[in-house]
Design a protein around this ligand. Structure first.
Ligand code: SF4
Length: 293
């Protein structure tokens, strides 16, 4: 998509009086040389794939390393004892389940990446259940998240190997926060603030997957990304405004990512991957471990 900044996107919105999702959908259709109907249907299919992925979660499944699987069910069983409330409990379970499915090589939607695939569905699926919103609105919300995500990709990066986990889980969280504001009836400016809050709060997060696998700490980082998105959206909807404009937050994320050493950008040479336990796990998985180190 061709939006260079959030400021520009909001300016188009102000001048055209078109809805944000519509501007983003039209840009996507233009970029890919398809009709707006095709663009909408493609996004609808993304939503349906996310939902199917959640519906098909298999609690008995374990990743080939044995590091991932089954924790989503533990969270669901924990249920109404959840300190942060029933809704947040569902969000946590959903984020773990989706990221476990990714670790178990099941079908997931990369949003924006496979490593962060749990964040957007984790906020969306419980939200849809709670507020009973229809599919058209869900698809529109996903366009909003995609539009903001494309600006992050354009100005910075969305891959851990490029900018650390702030670029991956941070971007997914920021996209989800902007989407939630839209779904709750907030303004585009509030979506931008929510994005800024979410990204600011994960700024500096390193990419340090144990044994080079998207399992530890990735599964639980999807939870943090989802929870962070919800509280960021709530702050923006309450009328709290970001002091640093969203575009500048994205630029700061880029600067931090560029300054980050290679050891903290998916090489598994630093952070949690380089802890004694991280190394021990990698050594127990000889083939993959030697690849990672
Ligand atoms: S730690 Fe790295 S591989 Fe894992 S989710 Fe974050 S960016 Fe992705």
């Amino acid at each position: 998509m061709a939006f260079g900044s959030i400021k520009e996107l909001l300016e188009i919105n102000r001048k055209t009086h078109s809805q944000l999702w519509q501007i983003i959908m039209e840009e996507d259709a233009h970029d890919r040389n398809v009709s707006t109907e095709d663009s909408f249907e493609k996004m609808r299919n993304m939503w349906r794939a996310m939902k199917a992925s959640s519906d098909n979660y298999d609690p008995s499944l374990r990743s080939s390393t044995g590091l991932s699987g089954g924790d989503s069910s533990k969270m669901k069983e924990y249920g109404d004892r959840c300190i942060s409330g029933e809704f947040m409990g569902e969000v946590i379970a959903e984020a773990i389940g989706m990221a476990e499915s990714n670790a178990c090589m099941r079908c997931v939607v990369a949003a924006p990446t496979a490593g962060s695939c749990g964040v957007i569905p984790a906020v969306l699926i419980p939200y849809v259940k709670k507020y009973n919103i229809n599919e058209e609105k869900i698809v529109k919300g996903l366009f909003v998240s995609a539009g903001f995500g494309s600006i992050i990709a354009e100005r910075a990066f969305i891959a851990g190997a490029m900018g650390g986990c702030q670029a991956e889980i941070g971007s997914a969280s920021a996209m989800a926060a902007a989407m939630l504001v839209y779904l709750q009836g907030g303004s585009p400016k509030q979506s931008a603030s929510a994005l800024a809050f979410a990204l600011k709060s994960l700024l500096g997060l390193v990419c340090d997957p144990v044994a080079g696998l998207v399992e530890v700490p990735c599964v639980k980082r999807n939870v943090i990304g989802a929870v962070n998105a919800i509280v960021s959206a709530d702050m923006a909807l309450a009328g709290i405004e970001t002091k640093i404009p969203a575009d500048e937050v994205i630029d700061a994320m880029r600067e931090v990512g560029l300054a980050m050493p290679q050891s903290l950008k998916e090489t598994s040479e630093g952070g949690l991957a380089a802890t004694p336990s991280g190394i021990a796990i990698a050594e127990k998985i000889p083939k993959l471990g030697s690849y990672a180190r």
